[in-house]
Design a protein around this ligand. Structure first.
Ligand code: FES
Ligand code: FES
Length: 152
């Protein structure tokens, strides 16, 4: 079935089953492999993208549900004000270890800062609680979010 979806400001026509997860469309059809597959069950956050600015799990989002909403992925987040500050803070704080979870972490963090430029610790915990990091980078993630918030 043919769908038209808008990803990072560009319109794409894709021909997939209607229940195909958005994650598969991004990775396998459009070749945007920055968004990662972890659990496939909305439990780890590796597949987080933005749908009209809201962080969602693309592994459980059927492509047919996207409609006219705008999708943003890790490939474009650095072009947004919040995303640029988050990425700079991630580098400054040397957040990343293996890196596998980090696309999702950055997408959740940038959605948080875009909607709440000065989050409290509990705001950060609430926004980031669904993003799992097997390398345990949580302390540096929180420091980086705070650094980014201070520069807004
Ligand atoms: S792959 Fe989507 S939440 Fe884990
Ligand atoms: S940096 Fe390795 S899983 Fe998070």
């Amino acid at each position: 079935m043919a769908f038209t979806i808008k990803v990072n400001g560009q319109t794409h026509a894709v021909d997939v089953d209607s229940d195909t997860p958005l994650l598969w469309v991004l990775r396998d059809v459009l070749g945007m492999t920055g968004t990662k597959f972890g659990c496939g069950m909305a439990l780890c956050g590796a597949c987080t993208v933005h749908l009209d600015g809201v962080a969602i799990r693309s592994c459980i989002t059927p492509v047919e549900s996207v409609g006219d909403s705008g999708i943003m992925t890790i490939e474009a987040i650095g072009a947004t004000p919040a995303g640029a500050k988050i990425q700079k803070a991630w580098l400054d704080r040397e957040v990343v270890q293996c890196g596998y979870c980090q696309s999702g972490q950055i997408m959740s963090a940038s959605a948080l800062l875009a909607s709440n430029p000065h989050p409290t610790d509990s705001d950060i915990d609430a926004a980031m609680s669904g993003n799992i990091c097997r390398c345990g980078t949580y302390v540096r993630i929180r420091e980086a979010i705070k650094q980014a918030a201070q520069s807004i």
